[in-house]
Design a protein around this ligand. Structure first.
Ligand code: URA
Length: 226
């Protein structure tokens, strides 16, 4: 079929978008396969399932929790227990759909008795997370709790910096309290709800910043003629 200029460009753009989405999806599937069989640290010995993460390969927002709990370990899916239910409510209150975002954790196997992940376990698992970030290329990363926060804000205190976004490289990183913290401490509930409520605004600002940056890097043809 003969396509006119505009149509051809649009069809090419759609094809590129589809190919990119498929590539990200394939990369995420590959990572998930590797996590299932992972023996890079000792956590696999006591876990039932690896929990690689799940969601939209084309997500604009990526959420990083701490590590799978009992329910997540049973089902192989992130945030499906009590804190997951609260997380889903937080998405809804912020006008986000769980299917539109991607959710993962710092460590992909459950630490025994839900203890804190150890530094060497986080290091062993870090390349999975890096590859997930590269594949998804999100605009915004939200860290949930202090372990994922320490990856981007080492030495900072969550009580001081929660809800305050920072540009890191080409992305916006927003530290938030872990949903489980709000479940255990009722006074944090309003705080985490407020922080979540500002996410759509942070995303809009980030998208505008990125598109301005893209224009500066690659000005429209007409502007370069003068
Ligand atoms: N807490 C986390 O940090 N991650 C999960 O997947 C579940 C609970």
């Amino acid at each position: 079929m003969l396509l006119r200029g505009g149509q051809a460009a649009k069809s090419q753009r759609v094809e590129v978008e589809v190919t990119e989405a498929m590539c990200a999806e394939q990369q995420l599937e590959q990572i998930a396969e590797e996590v299932k069989d992972c023996t890079l640290c000792e956590l696999f010995r006591t876990a039932t399932h690896g929990v690689p993460g799940e969601g939209n390969a084309d997500a604009k927002i990526l959420f990083i929790g701490e590590g799978p709990g009992w329910h997540e370990d049973q089902q192989g899916k992130p945030f499906v227990g009590a804190s997951g239910q609260f997380l889903t409510q937080l998405f809804e209150s912020a006008g986000l759909k769980r299917d539109d975002v991607f959710i993962t954790n710092i460590v992909k196997h459950r630490p025994p008795s839900n203890r804190d992940p150890l530094p060497d376990e986080m290091v062993a698992c870090s390349s999975y997370l890096e590859r997930q970030i590269d594949a998804i290329d999100p605009e915004v990363i939200v860290t949930l709790g202090r372990f994922s926060m320490s990856k981007y804000f080492p030495g900072d205190r969550i009580s001081k910096i929660h809800g305050k976004p920072k540009t890191i490289g080409s992305r916006l990183v927003v530290p938030m309290y872990h949903p489980a913290a709000a479940l255990h401490n009722g006074s944090l509930r309003a705080t985490i709800e407020e922080d979540f409520g500002r996410l759509p605004m942070f995303l809009a600002e980030q998208e505008e910043r990125r598109s301005k940056q893209a224009e500066d890097d690659d000005p429209p043809l007409q502007a370069t003629l003068f």
